[in-house]
Design a protein around this ligand. Structure first.
Ligand SMILES: [Zn+2]
Length: 145
């Protein structure tokens, strides 16, 4: 695939991840993630509480509840419940992964991570790079929303 074609695909998947983030009922931050393998979306996720829990992410002090799963963790665990494998896949995530999710991404065999929003901490992205994962930042056109 040419670089231009890859870039176009990356932007489209990222826009989809961003739309997917709208599913999140979290108020403080909505994050969406897609796992793509061989041009197929094999999983998706957004940040939220585990299955069966109330659809509220923040406690009475507006702090995120400790059991809220990040979009990346939800997408990876969804693959674990399916017949797919994330080995060699690409993850599109709207916000740069945190260190906890970076560990999961490494162990899930994901080879490429594309994100569009920089997170205040960069230790997650650094860990991915250290594990030999290709990390790409792409800006998506906000006016297309
Ligand atoms: Zn995370």
């Amino acid at each position: 695939m040419t670089e231009d074609k890859q870039r176009l695909l990356d932007e489209r998947y990222m826009r989809m991840a961003k739309i997917w983030a709208e599913n999140s009922y979290c108020i403080r931050r909505k994050v969406g993630a897609l796992i793509v393998k061989d041009k197929m979306i094999i999983s998706d996720g957004y940040n939220g509480t585990p299955s069966g829990f109330e659809n509220v992410c923040e406690d009475e002090n507006n702090e995120t509840k400790p059991y809220v799963l990040h979009a990346e963790a939800n997408a990876i665990t969804k693959v674990a419940c399916s017949h797919n494998s994330s080995m060699g896949a690409t993850m599109y995530v709207t916000t740069s992964p945190c260190i906890e999710c970076a560990k999961l991404i490494i162990q899930a065999g994901i080879k490429r991570v594309v994100y569009s929003q920089k997170y205040r901490r960069t230790d997650g992205a650094s860990l991915l790079v250290r594990a030999g994962i290709e990390v790409c930042y792409i800006e998506i056109d906000e006016t297309e929303e």
